[in-house]
Design a binder for this molecule. Structure first.
Ligand code: CA
Ligand code: CA
Length: 79
């Protein structure tokens, strides 16, 4: 069984930078989340999240902090 984390950045000039997170377990997508960098400084400004990222069966500030940290790291990678 393989597990994947997919991060997708959508960077359209003049708009918010959006990063989408998808967790896949085999062919099943189990969580999707999105974070936005509105001022385009490579630091997340807002998270909107669907699903439980830390697996404790609730959706709270811990999940949002985890998403924020992960996307901030992702935004530091340049290519
Ligand atoms: Ca920002
Ligand atoms: Ca949680």
């Amino acid at each position: 069984m393989s597990k994947e984390i997919i991060l997708r950045k959508e960077d359209v000039p003049g708009q918010d930078v959006r990063v989408f997170l998808e967790l896949k377990d085999g062919e099943t997508s189990i969580t999707a989340a999105m974070a936005t960098d509105a001022d385009r400084d490579n630091v997340v400004d807002r998270v909107s999240i669907v699903g439980d990222l830390d697996g404790d069966n609730d959706l709270d500030e811990d999940d949002k902090a985890l998403l924020r940290d992960m996307v901030n790291l992702f935004l530091k990678i340049k290519w």
